[in-house]
Design a binder for this molecule. Structure first.
Ligand code: GAP
Length: 439
């Protein structure tokens, strides 16, 4: 008897599971760890790559082309002055004079006592620039200042003309990029939610100013649809427009896709109308014309930009929270990740029912692996234990080769979510997996 699944997940459950099963580890753990930094193990790496792939695919649309690029992680100071980050990329911080804990002053109530020590003795609120600064060049006297990028977007803006002149695209079109971003967050917290080194998936959509509102509405819906398609719980997703005083220095309108985490509704993705702020700033500061010539109007203009920006790590955390399920089978609790199959790190597992059947089962496994690389073979432990191990890492399908398989040329396949089993022809394994992966 199987009871319907529940989603009783906490942050602690996830952190422990991710470590135990090799999804995510704390950076330099053997040296005591580094606050706000995480390393990805085998399963975490595969999961993240699948997220990237789903994100790339989700951008294609009928309104215009999408091109891809990969920029440098470090940019010159002049570029970050032009973008406004040197002047504006600050967080307000406050210290508790008693316990020396540091907080973002907009995250706590300064009328109340310190959440850490319970006393009330605050310093003045000060601002803190979140960019990591570095010197470029060996001789310090001649070194120039660079910054690790706090967003991937600027690499797109400064390459706008390069892409336009080499890609045969016409406005409207998008430039998309996946890559690391770095922010010296005052209080990194909630595992992958707020990190100091993280990955962003950003797409800047270049359009005419008169079309910008329509494009903004188009992208905010398309981005919400992406999360529905990933299978995230619709009740836990919403779009929330920013209040005027929340807007970033470059934005005239922003909507966040928010997810209801165990610690509350929080931003998952930002969709921002950046106007022509960035291209205009880089035109001024670099002294290079970034305008486009409109053949119809016979005039130049600087395009507007609609930005869609989400953190890969934050989305990975969201997927872990959303997919974690517990149910009861014959009185025993099992936990599993109900990942959409295209997201699952391991697509299928193959088990011989007994060690004696290892050779023919492995021959099938080796054949399938030529086409579907991320599958596993497991001979150790009872079949029940092997199922549980795969459930816990979210593998959608398990194939068991038993004593009838050789003669009947069939194999048993078990579905992770329902635990239902059926027998299929061995020749049908590959199309069966491929069908599930595209469902
Ligand atoms: N280019 C626009 C931009 O960077 P943002 O709202 O600051 O906007 C975009 O960041 C997305 O990047 C967020 O919605 C979030 O998913 C992710 N993100 C931002 N800061 C992060 C952090 N410290 N750790 C993990 N993800 C972060």
């Amino acid at each position: 008897m199987k009871e319907s699944p529940k989603n009783p997940v906490t942050l602690d459950t996830l952190v422990a599971l991710c470590k135990r099963r090799g999804f995510i580890f704390q950076t330099a753990e053997i040296y005591g760890g580094l606050n706000g930094f995480y390393d990805f193990g085998h399963l975490g790496t595969l999961l993240k790559e699948n997220i990237r792939q789903n994100w790339r695919n989700s951008l294609f649309n009928k309104k215009g082309e999408i091109t891809f690029m990969e920029g440098s992680l470090i940019g010159p100071e002049a570029m970050w002055i032009a973008s406004g980050h040197v002047q504006n990329f600050h967080d307000p911080m406050v210290d508790c004079m008693e316990c020396k804990h540091r907080f973002r002053s907009d995250h706590i109530d300064l009328e109340k006592s310190c959440p850490n020590c319970g006393k009330k003795n605050w310093t003045e609120v000060r601002t803190f620039n979140m960019m990591f600064k570095t010197n470029i060049g060996a001789a310090e006297a001649h070194a120039s200042t660079g910054y690790l990028r706090p967003e991937t977007a600027q690499a797109i803006f400064v390459n706008f003309k390069n892409v336009l002149s080499t890609s045969r695209v016409k406005i409207p079109f998008g430039i998309a990029q996946i890559g690391k971003a770095f922010r010296n967050e005052i209080t990194p917290k909630q595992f992958l939610f707020r990190m100091r080194e993280f990955e962003q998936m950003e797409m800047e959509w270049f359009c005419k100013a008169e079309d910008a509102q329509e494009m903004f509405d188009f992208w905010r819906q398309k981005r919400l649809d992406f999360y529905h398609d990933l299978g995230l719980d619709k009740e836990k997703l919403r779009l929330r427009p920013h209040e005027k005083d929340e807007l970033s220095h470059y934005s005239s309108q922003t909507d966040d896709v928010e997810y209801n985490f165990p610690f509350g509704w929080k931003e998952l993705e930002g969709i921002a109308h950046r106007g022509n702020y960035d291209l205009t700033q880089h035109t001024k500061h670099a002294g290079k014309d970034l305008a486009v010539f409109d053949e119809q109007a016979k005039a130049s203009y600087v395009p507007d930009v609609i930005e869609c920006s989400v953190g890969s790590d934050r989305l990975l955390l969201t997927i872990l929270f959303d997919s974690y399920k517990e149910d009861t089978i014959d009185g025993e609790t099992r936990n599993y990740f109900a990942f959409k199959p295209s997201i699952a790190p391991i697509k299928a597992a193959f088990f011989p029912l007994s060690k004696k059947l290892e050779e023919p089962a492995r021959a099938i496994f080796d054949d399938i692996r030529k086409v579907v690389p991320h599958i596993q073979f497991d001979v150790s432990g009872s079949i029940g234990k092997r199922y549980r191990r795969q459930d816990e890492i979210g593998t959608p399908l398990c194939f068991t080769y038993d004593f009838d398989s050789a003669e009947s040329n069939t194999i048993t396949v078990r579905d992770r979510n329902t635990t239902k089993q059926e027998r299929i022809a061995i020749d049908e394994i590959l199309p069966y997996i491929q069908k599930v992966l595209t469902s």
